[in-house]
Design a protein around this ligand. Structure first.
Ligand SMILES: *Cc1c(COP(=O)(O)O)cnc(C)c1O
Length: 373
């Protein structure tokens, strides 16, 4: 069994994907070909934003969005302590300081209460200027924007939704990547909507921001003259080939994959709920199940379970083994585990199981049988 089976997906979609790739090869327009523009229109329409500007990966998408927000030295950018490194590293690259916030243990997403406390603490300390919040839609479930957006408003902070794992989720029908001032996603192969390499996108409703993003992804070029650069930008575009691969994949994602992963999740939960802490999806929230993550009793028990799964040919993963506050790169901040009780607890107890739309009931049973025996 594979953790995320892209091979099975390709078996199902290969005719369409092959044709789409061939079209690009024949056109020889490898950079910003027509498929990129087509995809951007479809993605924007799907998430319910006015614009989508694609780029080279989800990390660049965050960096481009932070450049739009004007984040730099002296600024505090609040993000979840329990996430992939890029949610914080991109602030640091721009000279700003990430401020890590503890999570809610039941959703693994940033805790709105801890967020407000962190903002207050930063204001009291007076060393950094609170500038933006990057809530992360972890494991496919949108962060709690109903609570986060009012906090952002109260303190005059911008909100950048890191929807790298959240694409496809929603809150009462309002889709992930449509929350906050700007949102980003990733098309890394293992994400809910993945391509066959690296890819990412920024979403905005603002005409000028969309135009500036298009310039920033191409060295800050002027819209009318490629060799007249109006500001410092990046070289970060989505390849035409990746856009061509994503077009049929997006169709499948919308038509049945999203529904299929939700069925897989429901089936896992039904079988595991009496023995493990299964993922909690908040009332009115819908997850795209980037990961299906349970909480086991302790670190020791987790080690045994992972070994048992492996013996049965079943891969499992730990997302994430440590909070950002305890990463080597942020050692200088001298942040103790005691400020992050929930991420510290989660990092010892989380276990992510195989998750993708092509898992059969039989596959699910073979995983849960190991976990229940
Ligand atoms: C994967 C991921 C990113 C980065 O995306 P890449 O395309 O790998 O650069 C950012 N944030 C989160 C939460 C992610 O899971």
């Amino acid at each position: 069994m594979r953790f995320r089976d892209l091979g099975l997906q390709y078996e199902k979609l290969n005719t369409k994907i092959d044709a789409s790739i061939k079209e690009v090869l024949e056109s020889s327009t490898f950079i910003l070909g027509k498929q990129v523009g087509e995809l951007e229109i479809k993605l924007a329409e799907y998430v319910g934003r006015k614009y989508c500007v694609t780029c080279a990966n989800g990390t660049d998408a965050l960096q481009l969005a932070l450049m739009i927000l004007g984040v730099g030295p002296g600024d505090a950018v609040f993000t979840s302590d329990f996430t992939y490194f890029a949610s914080a590293g991109t602030s640091s690259i721009l000279g700003a300081t990430p401020v890590f916030v503890d999570i809610d243990l039941d959703t693994f997403n940033i805790s709105p209460e801890a967020l407000e406390a962190a903002i207050k603490r930063t204001l009291e300390e007076g060393k950094l200027t609170p500038k933006a919040i990057i809530p992360v839609d972890l494991f496919g479930q949108p962060a709690d924007y109903n609570k986060i957006l009012p906090i952002a408003k109260k303190y005059g902070l911008k909100v950048l939704e890191d929807g790298a794992q959240g694409f496809g989720g929603n809150i009462e029908g309002k889709k992930a990547c449509s929350f906050g001032d700007l949102a980003t996603t990733s098309f890394f192969p293992a994400k809910p909507l993945g391509c066959y390499g690296d890819g990412g996108a920024v979403f905005t409703d603002d005409d000028e921001v969309a135009e500036r993003l298009k310039s920033l992804r191409a060295q800050g070029k002027s819209p009318t003259d490629k060799y007249d650069n109006r500001e410092i930008g990046m070289n970060s575009r989505l390849d035409t080939l990746q856009a061509a691969i994503l077009l049929p994949k997006l169709e499948a994602f919308i038509e049945y994959e999203l529904d299929a992963v939700n069925k897989v999740a429901a089936s896992y939960t039904e079988r595991l709920k009496d023995k493990y802490v299964t993922p909690k999806i908040l009332e009115g929230f819908y997850s795209s199940w980037a990961q299906y993550t349970i909480l086991v009793k302790n670190e020791e028990k987790r080690k045994i379970l992972m070994y048992k799964l492996k013996e049965n040919g079943i891969p499992s993963m730990i997302y994430y083994p440590r909070g950002l506050h305890s990463q080597k790169a942020y050692e200088w901040m001298k942040l103790s585990d005691k400020y992050y009780p929930n991420t510290s607890e989660a990092s010892k107890r989380v276990l992510s199981l195989p998750m993708h739309p092509y898992l059969t009931e039989e596959d699910i049973c073979s995983v849960t049988d190991v976990l229940l025996n």
